[in-house]
Write a protein that binds this ligand. Sequence first.
Ligand SMILES: [Zn+2]
Length: 169
Amino acid sequence: MKVAPEIIAALCRKRAPDVLTPANWEGTPLDKVQLLWGIAGVESSFGFNCSPKHEPGYCHGGRYFDFERTKEWGCLAHCSFGPWQVMFAHFPLSVSPLSLMWETDGQVAADVCLRGAVSVLNRAIARGVRNLGEIVVAYNGPANEAGYASILEACLAKPMPQSAAEVAT
Ligand SMILES: [Zn+2]
């Protein structure tokens, strides 16, 4: 499963205004477009690998196991999805895992995924994150903060392709 980087970039520009502005941010102001772009870089190599990824912590016996979602979707309920690899548990109940998977050029599914990613980020921002390290922990958990942060730094620096016109608003 792949989504073109031009589509990823256009979706970042489209959804960045939905990201809350952190109230207590330290240092260089947060560039929201770049943040969404950088996370897509870490999570899927800017759309190159968007396949669902099964996370054992959400499966049977895991600490995040959800009986109802599992009854409905089986192991699809234990996966992260899309260019931003958002855990299924972080989407509203109305979102089907099937809607998060490939169709046509992947644009619609990627946008649903990105809205899920923005809501994860906004919950963290509402709690008062002050820097990228705290965003990393909120997005990816406390394990491997330094490793994730250094890949994120590299991805934030990658230029974004143009051609926003291809993505319908
Ligand atoms: Zn499972």
